[in-house]
Write a protein that binds this ligand. Structure first.
Ligand SMILES: [Zn+2]
Length: 271
């Protein structure tokens, strides 16, 4: 009898540890694939017709996509809106147009990452115009704060998309900051920026920032030279609004950004 018990303990000791490992591996795999499936699964999401009409009439990026990608864009946009709380300040009443334009900027920036919805940010606050920030006592057009809030001036947001080829776009700028913060805050294994590609981009960026600081003419406005974060945000404004000029100006930097963002605005219709 005792030898039976000893035998059983021995078998458990030998098989037990690998069994626990096997369980952990299967658990991790299921978690990874199921969450990926869930995030990509847009079958049950349909965009409200007014939002689709708004995109068709106003949003150049959307218009340039293939039909299939337009459908993905619409559904992702609706999902983004369903996930976020929009709040108007200074008596601003949030409209379908406001939600759609903000969400469209977010989906434009994240279109290369099918599972990314800037989850760290659940509140979007809109002011009618520039607003006074009591923190640094200046007027702001927009900001992204690490507590999970994106703040935008509706007037400046509209101006950004009123001119879609001048390399200035408030919503894209703030979404770029939100994307970078999301990457840092993502759970392990979900940091979607390739660190090697990011370093390549930052190396080009720092050279360009030095040239700007020295007074050289650049495609990027002076503000881009403030720091790495601002350069990334300004670079993304140019990447989406005037990609051909960007590529002509600095092809290697453009290519590094296209690789980093997992999309190329010069080839939107190719899928
Ligand atoms: Zn900024």
């Amino acid at each position: 009898m005792l030898s039976w018990i000893a035998g059983a303990i021995l078998v458990l000791a030998i098989v037990g540890t690998p069994l626990v490992w096997l369980y952990q591996i299967i658990h991790e795999l299921l978690k990874y694939f199921l969450s990926d499936w869930y995030n990509r699964n847009l079958f049950f999401t349909t965009v409200e017709p007014a939002r689709k009409t708004f995109l068709e009439n106003n949003f150049n990026y959307y218009k340039a996509l293939s039909q299939r990608n337009q459908q993905i864009f619409e559904r992702r946009l609706q999902k983004f809106i369903d996930m976020k709380n929009f709040e108007g300040r200074d008596e601003l009443v949030i409209t379908v147009e406001m939600e759609t334009l903000v969400a469209a900027a977010a989906i434009q920036v994240t279109f290369g990452f099918p599972s990314v919805y800037l989850e760290h940010f659940d509140r979007i606050i809109l002011y009618p115009d520039v607003y006074y920030s009591t923190i640094n006592e200046t007027y702001h057009r927009g900001e992204v704060n690490s507590k999970g809030i994106i703040v935008l001036s509706w007037k400046n947001l509209l101006e950004g998309y009123g001119q879609q080829t001048d390399g200035r776009n408030l919503a894209l700028h703030e979404m770029a900051h939100a994307l970078k913060i999301s990457d840092v805050n993502s759970a392990a294994g979900y940091d979607f920026f390739d660190p090697i590609v990011f370093q390549r981009f930052i190396a080009y960026a720092r050279k360009e920032m030095n040239l700007i600081a020295d007074g050289e003419s650049s495609l990027f406005r002076k503000y881009a030279a403030t720091n790495d974060h601002e350069f990334f945000a300004v670079a993304l404004e140019n990447f989406f609004e005037r990609p051909a000029e960007f590529r002509d100006f600095h092809e290697a930097m453009y290519e590094s950004l296209a690789a980093l963002m997992n999309q190329d605005p010069l080839q939107l219709n190719s899928h």
